[in-house]
Design a protein around this ligand. Structure first.
Ligand code: RIB
Ligand code: CA
Length: 315
């Protein structure tokens, strides 16, 4: 079996950035066809710049970065500078990337790439609001036949919301896009807060990464140094949950995780619970399962994987 063909759609964001570094460290398992960016943690002009900067850190001039949608499908943009800082990747120096931005719109890149692919051959890995993915599906629904699976970070069940009492940020920012994706009919693997809140970037874990002393490791440790401050205070954890790298870690080592096939529906009407993911974990509605809801992870194994892969970058 050759490397899995993937498109990563993201809103860097320190955790998105670390997910990119994890993916780029593993060319034997993952063939990254492109990195598409979307407005989310910070506006699009910054998320696309940040993705390009991380390609510079990884010394991957072969990567192709595309800018996508600058706002959600229906709602106004909600951003998270209070979590990620004004640049979106506070914790490292943010200058002008060497990596160019591709001229094609991210949605067109996704559509064109999928249309040219074999059936069920490309995995989508969204770690931000799902606007680009949904717009690609709306633009040309025939692309769905080419999607092998969608492994996304978003949603919450027992953990409750992180940006409203009942909604996780990625889904809350663009619940209408999330509804399109959750109804698309392709295999979904969903990493919600219930599992991401189990992979806390503790001081000891950050120190292990910093000790690797290559540019990717130093950038990862620097970003975590900033990223840790907000959620530590908010939740009382000794570090921040490393949300987005759960997606690539699952692709690399699914055995680290436990999931349960069930029905997930997104709230798109209630002002009070907008963006809530109604996860029918116990099958009480009789609705057809449309997702594998990942609810548990071997956190030590996750960080062993992250340290080993980030350690592959040369000093
Ligand atoms: O709620 C966590 C998610 O929102 C992560 O993807 C983080 O990067 C932000 O986009
Ligand atoms: Ca993200």
């Amino acid at each position: 079996m050759g490397a899995e063909k993937i498109i990563i759609d993201c809103d860097p964001g320190q955790d998105d950035a670390i997910n990119l570094l994890l993916a780029m460290s593993s060319p034997a398992e993952l063939e990254i066809l492109g990195i598409t960016t979307v407005a989310g943690n910070v506006p699009l002009e910054f998320t696309q710049r940040n993705a390009r900067l991380i390609c510079d850190v990884a010394d991957r001039g072969d990567m192709r970065v595309y800018a996508g949608c600058p706002r959600p499908m229906v709602r106004p943009l909600l951003t998270a500078e209070k979590v990620h800082g004004g640049t979106g990747i506070d914790g490292i120096e943010v200058g002008t990337p060497k990596q160019p931005l591709q001229q094609r719109h991210a949605v067109d890149f996704i559509v064109d790439t999928l249309l040219a692919a074999d059936d069920a051959s490309i995995t989508l890995v969204p770690t931000g609001p799902l606007t680009n993915i949904a717009m690609a599906i709306v633009k040309d629904p025939s692309i769905l036949a080419k999607v092998r699976r969608i492994v996304l970070m978003g949603g919450a069940m027992r953990e409750g919301g992180n940006f409203s009492p009942s909604a996780e940020f990625n889904i809350l920012v663009d619940p209408h896009a999330a509804q399109v994706v959750f109804e698309c009919g392709r295999p979904l693997v969903v990493m919600g807060l219930d599992v991401t809140h189990q992979v806390i970037a503790t001081r000891e874990r950050v120190a292990r990464i910093a000790a690797l002393a290559n540019p990717a490791a130093l950038a990862t440790a620097g970003m975590l140094g900033f990223f840790n401050r907000h959620d530590s205070k908010k939740y009382g954890y000794e570090g921040a949950p490393l949300h987005d790298p759960c997606t690539v870690a699952w692709l690399l080592c699914p055995e680290l995780f436990d999931g349960h096939d069930c029905n997930v529906v997104v709230e798109t009407a209630s002002p009070l619970t907008m963006g809530h993911t109604a996860v029918d974990f116990w099958g009480v509605t009789g609705r057809r399962p449309n997702a594998t809801w990942v609810h548990a992870v071997d956190a030590d194994g996750f960080y062993d994987l992250l340290v080993e892969r980030i350690g592959r970058y040369s000093t």
